[in-house]
Design a protein around this ligand. Structure first.
Ligand code: ZN
Ligand code: ZN
Length: 664
């Protein structure tokens, strides 16, 4: 196959995009119909039969619209083609009917249509116009139904018969017969064509049904729905639906406003404009469907906001995947939770702005989640370019200032309630998170500036981060209490209960679990490190080696593994958070029995009294490790017992020397 050049590819891409846009545009009317059906009112004064008929019609409308909404691209286009063919045929018949039978046709057209003379009064120009109109309709009809051969010309001729009757000024009853015959032939033809297509319809329906059943069996309902959601570009359809609806409403409202004010000027006053916006927003979330549309619009805004921020702070992550998804979902859940669409208009606006405040704080939290890794990588990589650091620091500063401003303004205007409490708690939490990030960043920057291995750095970072996490955890518990209070005394919906459970699981249980896991990991890693012999001083200079993890020289001390590899204690500890084996040779770094010992020790309040004969104990342990690792390990112990952490025995310089001699 020949390689497709870039211009060709671009043309093809543009082609696909045009088709996709058309497809979305064709699906949007279905949403309009569903929306109209949901928003229409029942006329309860009518008889029971009428109400029943109304309900059946509505259900049918929703069913057909839903089916059209999820049709495949090809079926959708076919559906629209046949529908338009129907429409053209109906128009053609109606035009013929009016032109032939309405005696007052000339006069009626002359006076109607806003006093504009649409059609010429009579004579050849009228006939010509009618012929052109019927020809256009006929050609459109046969093209859409894809009728070929001489048969198609016959159909066009059939449409022209009543016009011929008109031209020759036949008596009324003959013209009537002509119109009737012509429309009958057209109807018969349409039915015939559809009957032929019915075979295709049957097979394609059957095919789709089998496909869907097959996919349902393999992937399950959830994946099937996800696939459909993506295939028909549902978010795009919702966006187009919502935006066109809002635009139409805006146009109508503007028109009414101008009529009421009796002004001709294009501009309206500020107050009117504000009213207009409020009305639009209120009607923009008056049903579940419109709330969904609003969520879709919010999704794109959040997505582009995320992309913009990622580009601004120079993140390595090219695409924003989370913000464009989380923001609309959150908005939708908040709307459901507060029963937004069911509220009275004035209340709806207030509720919506409250939800928006909550959403804003959540989005700021997410932006912090984006900046934090960039901030950390910048500080850890010791990049000193100001232009790289400034955007991230700027965004962080904004993330600090915005919540402060928001809570200040809100506290200024509202009395304390559960909503204000939640927003404030979110703001304070965000400020704390920003402070933690900036503190860690500063610590790393200081470390980079002095260019000497800072052994304690890891500890400090850990303390700062865990303090932040503990505060976050406390906030999670407080927010749970706030939610429980709201549920008991304000509004206790099922959705709120579900959200509370999710909150309890993700923000309280998982966070506590992860925090505890990190803490334990760290503790065991520290224990493991301290069980390894340490070399210092002159022996260290004799080795004249670099740490195999960071490639820096040993300045103060090094740890030696049973497999005889040297590392910085700090570097090795970081490695041990992830793996238990030596980074160089993948042998076990520590001795299993140590764990048992340690667990006993930690039961004794984390302190071990020095063994009566420490050398012997250590030699025993070393002998066991010999058996396990086929490596020699001999140890000694001296006055460094005081430096033992959690009772694990450390090995010192002379011991390491001895060990080195043995292994050599
Ligand atoms: Zn190192
Ligand atoms: Zn090793």
């Amino acid at each position: 196959m020949a390689a497709v050049g870039p211009p060709q590819q671009q043309v093809r891409m543009a082609h696909q995009q045009v088709w996709a846009a058309l497809e979305v545009a064709l699906r949007v009317p279905c949403l309009y119909i569903i929306d109209a059906i949901f928003n229409s009112y029942y006329d309860s004064s009518q008889s029971r039969f009428c109400i029943g008929l109304q309900i059946v019609l509505r259900l049918l409308g929703i069913f057909v619209s839903s089916i059209v909404l999820i049709l495949s691209q090809r079926s959708l286009f076919k559906f629209y083609m046949y529908s338009s063919a129907f429409l053209l045929a109906a128009t053609s018949v109606l035009v013929n009917y009016y032109a032939s039978l309405h005696i007052d046709f000339y006069g009626a057209y002359n006076t109607s249509a806003f006093g504009i003379e649409l059609l010429p009064r009579k004579g050849p120009s009228l006939w010509m116009a009618l012929i052109v109109l019927q020809l256009t309709l006929g050609i459109g009809y046969i093209t859409l139904l894809q009728i070929h051969s001489i048969y198609s010309q016959l159909i066009i001729l059939d449409l022209l018969i009543p016009v011929i009757g008109l031209i020759t000024e036949l008596p009324l009853h003959i013209r009537e017969t002509l119109v009737f015959t012509s429309s009958l032939i057209l109807t018969l033809n349409t039915v015939l064509v559809l009957a032929v297509k019915l075979k295709w319809f049957y097979y394609s329906t059957r095919y789709v049904y089998l496909l869907v059943r097959h996919m349902y069996r393999i992937y399950g309902l959830q994946l099937l729905m996800e696939d459909t959601w993506k295939r028909i570009r549902f978010p795009d359809i919702l966006r187009v639906f919502w935006l066109t609806r809002i635009t139409a409403q805006a146009t109508v409202l503007m028109y009414i406003l101008r009529m009421a004010n009796e002004t001709d000027s294009f501009f309206i006053s500020w107050d009117d404009f504000w009213d207009l916006i409020c009305n639009l927003i209120i009607s923009g979330c008056d049903s579940t469907l419109t709330v969904l549309g609003m969520s879709a619009v919010i999704s794109s805004i959040a997505h582009y906001l995320g992309l913009g921020i990622l580009a601004f702070i120079g993140s390595t992550e090219e695409d924003d995947r989370r913000l464009g998804f989380v923001a609309p979902v959150l908005f939708f859940i908040l709307a459901l939770q507060t029963g937004l669409s069911g509220l009275r208009p004035e209340e709806r606006l207030i509720r919506l702005s409250r939800n928006m405040c909550l959403l804003l704080t959540a989005v700021l939290h997410f932006i912090h989640g984006m900046t934090d890794p960039v901030l950390m990588s910048l500080s850890a990589s010791h990049v000193s370019s100001f232009r790289r650091h400034f955007p991230v620091l700027f965004v962080s500063a904004c993330l600090f200032i915005l919540p402060v401003l928001l809570s200040y303004v809100l506290w200024h205007h509202y009395a304390l309630n559960t909503w204000l409490f939640a927003v404030t708690a979110f703001c304070v939490e965000l400020c704390l998170k920003v402070i933690v990030s900036l503190t860690v960043y500063t610590l790393f920057m200081i470390d980079g500036y002095y260019n000497v291995l800072w052994e304690k750095l890891d500890d400090y970072v850990y303390y700062v981060r865990s303090t932040g996490n503990i505060i976050e955890f406390i906030f999670g518990v407080v927010m749970f209490g706030n939610g429980a209070y709201t549920m008991m005394f304000e509004s206790g919906s099922k959705i709120r209960a579900c959200m509370m459970c999710l909150h309890a699981y993700f923000n309280i249980y998982l966070q506590a679990k992860n925090g505890w896991k990190t803490f334990m990991n760290r503790r065991t890693a520290v224990k493991k490190i301290n069980s390894l012999p340490e070399i210092k001083g002159s022996r260290l200079r004799e080795i004249d080696d670099v740490c195999a993890i960071c490639y820096h020289e040993f300045t103060t001390s090094a740890r030696i593994t049973p497999c005889n590899h040297y590392f910085h204690a700090l570097c090795l500890r970081k490695w041990l958070y992830i793996q238990d084996t030596c980074p160089m040779c993948h042998q076990k770094v520590y001795i299993e029995d140590d764990i048992k010992d340690n667990s006993n020790i930690s039961n004794n309040n984390g302190f071990i009294a020095p063994n009566e004969n420490p050398e012997e104990a250590v030699r025993e342990a070393a002998a066991e490790s010999d058996r396990e690792l086929n490596e020699e390990d001999s140890t000694d112990c001296d006055d460094d017992v005081q430096r033992e952490r959690n009772g694990v025995i450390q090995h010192t310089g002379p011991a390491a020397e001895e060990l080195n001699d043995d292994t050599d």
